[in-house]
Design a protein around this ligand. Structure first.
Ligand code: CUA
Length: 330
């Protein structure tokens, strides 16, 4: 009984907590694709609820009607072999299943349909253990963790991975599409409203699969243009000696995995740093990008994201210099 109570409490907590904070659920859609998915889910849920309630009413009614009464030794009336009942409870589920099948096929066709209008933006999305990299092929921008798009634009996405299979998923905007090494997949999306939408890698890809998130920022057209103009600028120049010392460390050490060139043509293992501090998050969009968190990260990345590939041993002085420089990269 105790275990039953614990399970019930956990289930209740799960339901209550899932209602807290901004929810990345596809049930609050922000694109036509997610809307098709949410509609299908709602229709199936309503049909299942109706069936559930009817079956439970029949069950409770029969339990009460045929319960053992005091002084009554007779069995209830047996209805085995009642053809009318047998046919009814076979035909109704078959009809329901056919309806569900037709609606599912129709939804799959809507979701897989080609984009309704011509492409406005091309983005190459690359899965890494454990972050998402974004290359705006026509704009000369390379960034990570946060994908910016303008509202209403048709965004064509090509998906690749440099290591293992990942899956790109922003529930409020799209279905899941795998990012597979050696195979390029395609998807498109159009956002109907501005805002920030959380996405999550949806294919188990190793230790930090859970910490491989993405934030899709849907800007107004003007906001997007301003973002593009800033991202295309070269990395900021150093002014002070401290910043210069930090720049030296990046040039000697960090550039083997990261780049300071916003249009870096070479594939790098780590996220592009040219405009690091223009982002709101880092480490697979799982930590707020603040001075304090970057400071902690430079001291030791492993407690923050165990298993990640960045494992440096820096002195407190080096960290100070690095931080002074990185803060310039807005
Ligand atoms: Cu990448 Cu899971």
């Amino acid at each position: 009984m105790k275990i039953f109570h614990k399970c019930a409490l956990l289930a209740w907590l799960g339901i209550v907590l899932s209602g807290c904070g901004p929810s990345p659920t596809f049930l609050s859609p922000a694109s036509s694709i997610a809307e098709h998915e949410a509609n299908l889910f709602n229709i199936i849920l309503i049909m299942a609820l109706v069936v559930f309630v009817l079956v439970e009413i029949c069950l409770v009614w029969i339990l009460i009607r045929d319960r053992k009464k005091t002084g009554d030794d007779k069995s209830p009336k047996q209805i085995y072999g009642n053809s009318k009942l047998e046919i009814t409870w076979t035909v109704i589920p078959v009809l329901l299943t056919v309806v569900l099948f037709a609606m599912t096929v129709q939804t799959m066709q809507s979701v897989a349909a080609p984009a309704p209008s011509s492409t406005d933006i091309n983005v190459h999305v690359i899965g890494h253990q454990w972050f998402w990299e974004f290359v705006y092929t026509d704009l000369g921008i390379k960034t990570a963790n946060e994908l910016h798009i303008p509202v209403g634009a048709t965004v064509q996405i090509t998906l690749d991975s440099i290591d293992v299979i990942h899956s790109f998923w922003i529930p409020q905007l799209s279905g899941k599409t795998d990012a597979i090494p050696g195979q390029t997949n395609h998807m498109w999306l159009t956002a109907d409203q501005t805002g920030a939408f959380i996405g999550q890698c949806a294919e188990f890809c190793g230790t930090e699969h859970a910490m491989m998130r993405v934030i899709l920022v849907v800007d107004s057209q003007d906001g997007f243009n301003a973002w593009v103009a800033n991202q295309q600028k070269p990395a900021a120049q150093t002014q002070t000696e401290e910043e210069q010392a930090g720049f030296k460390i990046v040039s000697n050490l960090c550039v083997s995995c990261h780049s300071l060139n916003p249009a870096e043509p070479e594939d790098k293992a780590g996220p592009n740093l040219a405009h690091l501090f223009s982002r709101s998050t880092f480490a697979g969009a799982t930590y707020d990008l603040t001075e304090e968190n970057i400071n902690r990260w430079l001291h030791d990345t492993q407690p923050m994201k165990p298993g990640n590939k960045m494992d440096l041993k820096l002195t407190p002085e080096e960290i100070e210099h690095l931080l002074a420089y990185l803060k310039l990269l807005k």
